[in-house]
Design a protein around this ligand. Structure first.
Ligand code: CMC
Length: 428
């Protein structure tokens, strides 16, 4: 028997069940509220609303904890590969050697795109934003796989579209980048790892194959691991929302890309580099920028800072900060933006404005410097976030269907005009 929460309104009391999660998080179950009282709750931005129960990812924002299926992100970052983490997020357990081999083989077998998609890429203008292309082309995969437009959560009807999306998203990203630069598509190489193959498809030339340094391949793999899932954020909730209408997995992840694109969410990784470049190139001091970020009359924000859930360090930012230096050293790159980032962080960490609001660096603060060092163009940063997030989106879509959830359909409190008499045109 769960403990009850009591809601009292105008002298009437309603007992509501509570639900306690495996990490002792407590929720008040209001599913009977409207039927019993006619009232709803109001929570714009959903800061206090649990939309589901989930076994996939646990975050404790106060303590800076992130775990996938019970495994600490620090351990996954240190020991795992993106393919292993993707399997874990999707299926709930660490794969055996044979499970991982089979999973990787399935992903490899899906690495190319249907030739019919070539015309779509060529039809986009050169300056098409890669996130728009990615979203469109993930949805277009549905056109070439009409037999896979189901809500299956087991067997080939689930594993095949899953492998197609996780694998082909790299080719779509690389092809979008190459067509906008007037370069032909580079077919995948079966001998390369997931991350190595992406770098090859991005950067190889017909007569000069790109051979990634192990440090670069590992850094990209780590980036993907750190982005693999992050519970019910804006894009994951979007994937669930779209999936809840029983739209296909292709449509759901395509919508997720749209939600991720915004600068308050995944798009922040581009914005951080633009901000650091602005400070570096336009002769603004980090101090001046911090002052602007604190000023409510200025549109500037310290991009890469703050988070709805983390009220202490984002553990992903901590890991990335630790890695950036190593990668830059391995590549013999000196990036002046890194020093500016360190300076901004130091200032922000000692200023009351940021301390009082619990604003710490988030995953996007250092990731751009890492991606820049390995040669990824800035407008592709959020695309890489999306590649890494695919396992998380798909795992959430799957879990939602396994739980047979109802269609997502929030309510509202209407504050507009009450009934008005219609006046026909000519009499107004
Ligand atoms: N710079 C300056 N002030 C900030 C910032 C910032 N980056 N972030 C929040 N604040 C202030 C905000 O103005 C507000 O102040 P006040 O209480 O005086 O009105 C207070 O801190 C609380 O912020 P909020 O906007 O109510 O917080 P939120 O939970 O609605 O938004 C956020 C979270 C991440 C959208 C926001 O912190 C932000 O815009 N950060 C910059 C963009 C960014 O880095 N986004 C990436 C998020 S992590 C990757 C991901 O998962 O997408």
């Amino acid at each position: 028997m769960s403990e009850k929460a009591i809601l009292e309104y105008k002298g009437t009391k309603l007992e509501l069940d509570t639900i306690v999660g495996s990490e002792n998080e407590i929720g008040i179950d209001i599913t009977s509220l409207r039927a019993k009282t006619g009232m709803i709750t109001l929570d714009p931005g959903y800061g206090n609303t649990g939309s589901c129960t989930s076994d996939i990812t646990f975050i404790n924002g106060e303590k800076g904890i992130l775990r996938h299926r019970g495994y600490a992100i620090e351990d996954l970052a240190a020991e795992s590969s993106f393919m292993e983490t993707a399997f874990l997020v999707l299926y709930g357990h660490l794969p055996s050697e044979s499970e991982l081999t089979a999973f990787e083989a399935e992903i490899k077998s899906e690495a190319t795109l249907h030739y019919g998609m070539k015309g779509h890429f060529e039809g986009f203008p050169d300056n098409a934003p890669p996130m728009a292309v990615l979203s469109a082309m993930l949805n277009a995969l549905a056109c070439y796989n009409t037999e896979l437009l189901t809500t299956a959560t087991e067997g080939p009807a689930f594993t095949i579209p899953t492998a197609k999306i996780i694998s082909k998203v790299r080719a779509i990203a690389a092809w979008a980048y190459r067509t906008s630069n007037g370069k032909p598509f580079m077919p995948p190489r079966p001998d390369l790892s997931y991350s190595g193959n992406f770098l090859h498809m991005m950067f190889s030339e017909t007569f000069s194959l790109y051979e990634p340094l192990p440090e670069v391949e590992r850094a990209l793999d780590l980036f993907f691991i750190l982005h693999a899932d992050h519970e019910q954020n804006c894009s994951t909730s979007t994937v669930r929302m779209v999936g809840s209408s029983h739209a296909s997995l292709f449509s759901a992840v395509s919508a997720g890309v749209g939600a991720l694109w915004g600068p308050l969410h995944g798009g922040a990784n581009c914005e951080v580099i633009k901000m650091l470049t602005h400070i570096h190139e336009d002769g603004i001091s980090p101090r001046e920028f911090v002052e602007k970020a604190k000023d409510k009359n200025s549109p500037e924000k310290l991009m890469g800072f703050g988070h709805r859930v983390y009220k202490s360090f984002d553990p992903r930012a901590k890991i990335l900060k630790g890695q950036v230096d190593n990668v830059l050293k391995a590549l013999n790159v000196q990036d002046p933006l890194l020093d500016i980032a360190y300076e901004l962080e130091e200032m922000a960490r000692s200023e009351d404005y940021f301390i009082e609001r619990n604003l710490y660096p988030n995953v996007d603060f250092y990731s751009g410097i890492l991606l820049r060092a390995i040669g990824i163009p800035v407008d592709m940063f959020t695309v890489l976030f999306a590649i890494g997030r695919m396992p998380g989106w798909i795992a959430n879509w799957r879990e939602m269907h396994e739980q047979s959830l109802r269609i997502s359909r929030p309510r509202q409190i209407y504050t507009g005009e009450t009934l008005r008499e219609y006046t026909p045109m000519g009499q107004r």
